[in-house]
Design a protein around this ligand. Structure first.
Ligand code: ABN
Length: 166
């Protein structure tokens, strides 16, 4: 089928010019087809579509979650700033810097775990702005911050603004 169509196109082109011209036009068509899949796409616009102002605290792209690695407490019976009932706030946490798209400022955000219940299992987000691999533990965020608490089981993570970064 494809062969027949290609033959038809080639014949049609051949009737309208020299062999060199036909080859040049065919080459152009094939080169164009090869380039199309790698043309740039505005991915920022595409992802912003679901949460245009990054203001929904139950979505991973909420601006404060730029460096969170864990389950959002806002999906687990708490909020982005409050642990769910029956859990305790972790004694240590990870701090990242996120830009608030609304006022254009950078904020220090502490990602603090809520401990004492098994994993919430909802809204697992893995954002890593400013994070480094595990061999640099001090700047790695994939850690259970409940380890310093009496109850070490991890439930979910809250995101607290601790200051302005600029
Ligand atoms: N700080 C969230 C988390 C908890 C357990 C394991 C990895 C990350």
């Amino acid at each position: 089928m494809l062969d027949a169509e290609l033959e038809q196109i080639t014949r049609w082109l051949a009737q309208r010019g020299s062999r060199r011209g036909v080859l040049a036009r065919l080459g152009g068509i094939l080169a164009g087809a090869g380039v199309l899949p790698v043309l740039p796409i505005d991915r920022a616009r595409a992802s912003a579509h679901s949460n245009p102002n990054q203001t929904d605290t139950s979505q991973c792209d909420y601006w404060k979650y730029c460096s969170v690695d864990g389950m959002l407490c806002s999906c687990c019976g708490g909020s982005s700033t409050d642990c769910p009932p029956g859990t305790q706030i972790s004694k240590v946490s990870w701090v990242g810097t996120c830009k608030n798209g609304q006022d254009g400022r950078n904020y220090l955000v502490s990602y603090t775990d809520c401990c004492g219940r098994s994993s919430c299992g909802q809204c697992n987000c893995n954002a890593n702005v400013g994070e480094r691999p595990a061999y640099e533990m001090g700047i790695h965020n994939d850690i259970n911050w409940c380890v310093a608490n009496s109850e070490t089981s991890y439930h979910c993570t809250i995101s607290l603004i601790v200051g302005v970064a600029d």
